[in-house]
Design a binder for this molecule. Structure first.
Ligand code: AMP
Length: 359
């Protein structure tokens, strides 16, 4: 197993805030980061090399890969041919299998349920002709979701009755979709697991997440799950990570249905560092970002232990205008992504409020 020494260069596909926080964590370990993206994002300001290029330009991707020691990515919609082009030149971690599974909701649901892990009742929809049977299979209320390129609640329509199926399907633009039965959850939680090159893993404390308008607003730890549920959640995440032969941080988003035969239902996975783990920067000795870098560089994984309680709030759109007041607040750790324009729904930064953890 090769361990990249400090001074090596990590290549990151994608230039958003996740790339920015990865690069900042990598710097702490003495690594340099090179970013490849199709637009100048927040990661460009903190990297030692940057390349602007299209992800479909496979020659440019290969040239970029040749300048780094390992390649990773900070968004799950990296086209598979792009990942493959980089992998012909340098190791790509996590590997392409995770991308393939996470990019298509139907593949993802089928893969997770094939591992014996509970997911919402689901059925694939290739066209209008499949609608009635799909909704009959899942029951109503249901959610229709496009299979690809949906995120933060986009490309989704909730239907209350089978009669609304055609309208809901039209609302998401038709095409390849999946119908999912509605899960009556009380909380949404996410497991952040880090798996090393040798198959070892560590897991962060499980936050409780609240969303509005399909966007994550808040993650808090402790998340309030019982020790038994935490154990079940860890077992689910480690089974998925092992089945993907995963290296790096994997986020597994789950619905919690206390008291049900299956109290944890997996909603989706994200093969990357995750917004619900931003609190780890300020409340843990080793953050999710540093642990991702450690994993892909073949380093020993860092202690994921939490020294503080934490509440992380995303600063969305004009929320960021409060940065000065937040900067005065004791215990508030302000993170500004350096984006210029505060558009509605755009993640501009986050604030993590930490407080002493009971001994
Ligand atoms: P997703 O894009 O799959 O993460 O969905 C966005 C949000 O919609 C989730 O965070 C949930 O709040 C809600 N949601 C998605 N699927 C379901 C489901 N099957 N049952 C209940 N709520 C859901």
């Amino acid at each position: 197993m090769t361990r990249l020494p400090p001074g090596s260069t990590i290549g990151i596909l994608g230039g958003g805030q996740l790339g920015r926080m990865l690069a900042m964590a990598a710097a702490r370990l003495g690594f340099k980061c090179a970013i490849y993206s199709d637009h100048r994002g927040p990661a460009f300001d903190v990297a030692s090399a940057t390349t602007l290029g299209r992800f479909e330009d496979l020659e440019a991707i290969a040239r970029f890969a040749a300048t780094v020691d390992v390649v990773t990515y900070e968004f799950e919609n990296v086209p598979l041919p792009t990942a493959a082009a980089a992998a012909r030149v340098r190791p790509v971690r996590p590997g392409p299998k995770a991308l393939e599974v996470a990019q298509d909701r139907l593949t993802e649901k089928a893969f997770i349920s094939s591992l014996g892990i509970p997911v919402a009742p689901f059925a694939g929809i290739r066209g209008e002709a499949d609608l009635a049977a799909a909704v009959a299979a899942t029951g109503t209320p249901a959610i229709l979701k496009t299979t690809r390129l949906g995120y933060d609640g986009k490309g989704q329509a909730r239907i209350e009755t089978a009669a609304q199926a055609a309208t809901g399907y039209a609302a998401i633009g038709g095409g390849q979709a999946v119908a999912e039965g509605l899960v009556a959850f009380t909380e949404e939680v996410s497991v952040l697991i880090v798996r090393g090159l040798a198959g070892d893993h560590v897991v962060y404390d499980i936050p409780r997440n609240t969303h509005s308008g399909g966007i994550l607003r808040r993650s808090s730890v402790p998340g309030g799950l019982t020790p038994r549920t935490v154990e079940q959640a860890h077992a689910i995440a480690s089974r998925i990570a092992a089945a993907l032969d995963y290296v790096g941080v994997l986020a597994v988003e789950m619905f919690h249905v206390p008291g049900a035969a299956d109290p944890l239902i997996v909603n989706e996975i994200a093969p990357r560092v995750h917004n619900s783990g931003h609190w780890t920067i300020d409340a843990c000795a080793v953050s999710q970002f540093e642990n991702h870098i450690r994993a892909i560089a073949g380093w020993p994984l860092g202690d994921p232990g939490r020294h503080s309680n934490a509440v992380m709030d995303n600063l969305i759109g004009h929320d960021i205008d409060t940065w000065e007041a937040l900067a005065r607040e004791p215990g508030a750790c302000v993170h500004h992504y350096g984006k210029h324009e505060a558009r509605p729904g755009r993640k501009m930064g986050h604030v993590t409020r930490i407080s002493q953890r009971a001994p």
